[in-house]
Design a protein around this ligand. Sequence first.
Ligand code: G3P
Length: 213
Amino acid sequence: MKFFLDTANIEEIKKANDMGIICGVTTNPSLIAKSGRPVEEVVKEIADIVDGPISGEVDAFTLDSEGMIKEGRVIASWHKNMVVKLPTTQEGLKACRVLTSEGIKTNLTLIFSTSQALLAAKAGATYVSPFVGRLDDISTHGVALVEEIAEIFDYYGIESEIIAASIRSSMHVIECAKAGAHIATVPYKIIEQMLKHPLTDEGIKKFQNDSLK
Ligand code: G3P
């Protein structure tokens, strides 16, 4: 499974990239707003740091396919690695079809059902993003959605890659890996959780103490 970082925080992206563990970045309007900078400026800076797919989302107020297509073409022009993130709606699917036919990569986001994932794949989505944590929030098993999508994509040889998104814990990452997600996009704090083990820290201390004797 590949890891993307789900953030627009440049320092976190640099730290994860330096460790050699991420091969892409996803952003969304909430994450861009947190950065307090214009989307184009942030996303271009990210693309200069990470040599892999960088998802930039269309404006949250753009709900028609014409607008999404127009914005998607601009986003795609920012860098060769740009992926246009679109909402999984009727208009989003229409925009996906057109952008895909122009060779532009897309990430269909806000996926909460297997049927949405199947339709996104049909429309030509490069990536589909089921939101695991937000389903858990409403007492629905988010990982089960990833598992079902992965099983069906595998059965039919569907090429769209599954990005497990809305990841809230390191256990989510492991469960999504077991469920067959191609990618997990994670906040930086999840990378820290995945890396940290008290026995590793204790072991380093013991080696240091023994070296001094
Ligand atoms: O990739 C989607 C992600 O940013 C949403 O995460 O924690 O806001 O549900 P969350």
